[in-house]
Design a protein around this ligand. Structure first.
Ligand code: ATP
Ligand code: MG
Length: 142
């Protein structure tokens, strides 16, 4: 499906909606250039899972875990990854194939280890439609 977002709240609300529907074992891949709203979406998604704690993209940690919601939530931001080895070191398989929900910002940087059939969410700007406009595509893996 394709959704048009006209401001930050639209993107946040889409995140809430998908977070409410998320199921154990699912992996969500977030694609989009810098500043397209991946983290805004993630914040809504966490809210939809029932997480009240603040969610941000940590600068020097690849993964942030949240246990307070309806399901364990594993937020990856792999923007700063330099070697795929870093994913093995943090034991990514336990997360990807576990019973929580994984969401990965910049998943294109770790393509070789992504599980089969993730849900892929792509955020794109279109400046002709305004500075805050985002086209968001959600492709369900199933
Ligand atoms: N429609 C929109 N949806 C989401 N964010 C928007 C929208 N319009 C404007 N913004 C602004 O764009 C910025 C998106 O920032 P965000 O950190 O979520 O991007 P990001 O894709 O995670 O970037 P990065 O790759 O650096 O992590 C925020 O400052 C937000 O206020
Ligand atoms: Mg981000």
């Amino acid at each position: 499906m394709m959704i048009e977002s006209f401001n930050m709240e639209d993107t946040y609300n889409l995140g809430i909606q998908l977070g409410e529907q998320a199921m154990a074992g699912e992996v969500y891949c977030l694609l989009g250039d810098l500043g397209t709203g991946k983290t805004v979406f993630t914040q809504g998604f966490a809210k939809g899972l029932g997480i009240t704690e603040a969610v941000n993209s940590p600068t020097f940690t690849i993964i942030q875990e949240y246990e307070e919601g309806r399901l364990p939530f594993y937020h990856f931001d792999v923007y700063r990854i330099e070697d795929i080895e870093e994913m093995y070191e943090l034991g990514y398989e336990d997360y990807f194939y576990g019973n929580g929900v994984c969401l990965i910002e910049w998943s294109n940087l770790i393509e070789e280890i992504l599980p089969e059939a993730p849900t892929v969410i792509t955020l794109e700007k279109d400046l002709e439609k305004g500075f805050d406009y985002r086209k968001i595509t959600v492709e369900s893996g199933k």
